[in-house]
Write a protein that binds this ligand. Sequence first.
Ligand SMILES: *Cc1c(COP(=O)(O)O)cnc(C)c1O
Length: 386
Amino acid sequence: MNDLPIDKDEILKELDLIKEKDLKYSGGRILGSMCTEAHPFGKEVYIKFLDSNLGDPGLFKGTKSIEDKTIKIIGKLLNLDNAYGNIVTGGTEANIMAIRAARNHARKYKNIENGEIILPRSAHFSFKKAADMMNLKIVEAELDENYKINVESVKNKISPNTVAIVAIAGTTELGLIDPIEEISKIAHDNNIYFHVDAAFGGFSIPFLRNCGYDFPEFDFKLPGVSSITVDPHKMGLAPIPAGGIIFREKEYLNVMAVDSPYLTVKTQSTVVGTRIGASTVATYALLKYFGRSGYSKLAKNLMENTCFLKDSLEKIGYDVIVEPELNIVAFNHPEKNPQLMADELEKINGWKVSVANCPNAIRIVLMNHVTKTHLKEFLSDLKKLY
Ligand SMILES: *Cc1c(COP(=O)(O)O)cnc(C)c1O
C-alpha cells in the first residue's frame, strides 16, 4: 500500500489502462455469457442508491419497500399473488436460499437431519455449493434422451430423507425447460419442497408466452412449486448483482431467520448481511420502464436471433444439438472437437464461445449485446473453418 495519497487523475489513468484488458459486451465477441450490458436507465438508477443497505432495512425503509414491491411484481409475473423473497446477488445465492429454506423446513416439520436433494445432471453448479454448505447429499436424477430431467428417475430417487427436488426452467447449458408440471405433481403428492431454478428462463418465458410462444406451465400456477429463482441480471438487463428468490410461503423465510440483535430489525433470513439496494431499485425501475410489452419485445428479438443462428448453422453443415427452447444454441462440427473449435474461433477473430459439458458442444447464448451483424460475422468465420 502506498504511504502518501496519490492523485485521482493518476489512479484513473492506471484504471483506464487496466480496463482495456476487459472485454466489452458492445464488441459482440462475448457469445457464451448469460450476463449482458445493463440497460443505461438501470445504471442511472443504480448510482442513486449506491449507499442503501438492505441488510439494515429499518434505516432504509424506502429501499426496503422497493424490494418488497419488486418481489410482488416478479411473483405476479410468475402467477403468485402474494410473494415473499429477496433480490440477492444472483442465481447462486437465490438457489442457496431455496435449499436452505427446504432443509430447515424439513428439519422443523419432518425431523429430517441428514437430508438429500434430488437434482438433474443438468443443474447449475450452485447446488453443489449449497449441498456442501448445508451438508446435504446430492442425489442425481437422470436425463432423458432430450437432455431433460427424467420424471420416472425423480420418482425412484425419493427417500424418507429427501428435503427438496429441483427442476430447471432454462438449463444453463442448453436453455431447456424440464417437465415441471409432472415433477410438481410428484413433489405435491409426496409433500416435498420443490424448487424451480428459472434463473435463466424466468425473465423470458412469461414474456415469450405474451408473444404467442407455447411453453408448458413452470411457475406458481402449479401447486407443488415452493420457490423459484429468477435472475434480473440476465435477460432482465439489470446491473449485476441482481438475482431473485421468490417463495410461495412466508414460513420459508421464517425457518431461515436468525436473530440480528444490533440491527433495526430483529431477524434476518438472507445469507448475506450488509447487502446492496442499488441493483434492487434498478430492477424495479427497469420493470416499470419496459413493462410487459417492452420485455416481450426484447425476448422475442432474442428468439429471432436464436432461430437465425440455428438455421444458418444448419445451412453451412454444422449439427445443432437440440431444437432451442430459449435463446441458447448448442452445435458441433461433424468431425472437429468442440474445445479445439472454440480455441480456433478465439484465435481467428477473438470469439469467446463457451463449451458445454453435457453434451460436449459449442454453446452460444444469444444475449442482448449480440446483434444480427455480429452473428453474420461469426457465421462467415464458421464457414471458413468448416
Ligand atoms: C445463471 C444461472 C445460475 C447462477 O446464477 P449466478 O447469477 O451466476 O449466480 C443458476 N442457475 C441457472 C439455471 C442459471 O442459468
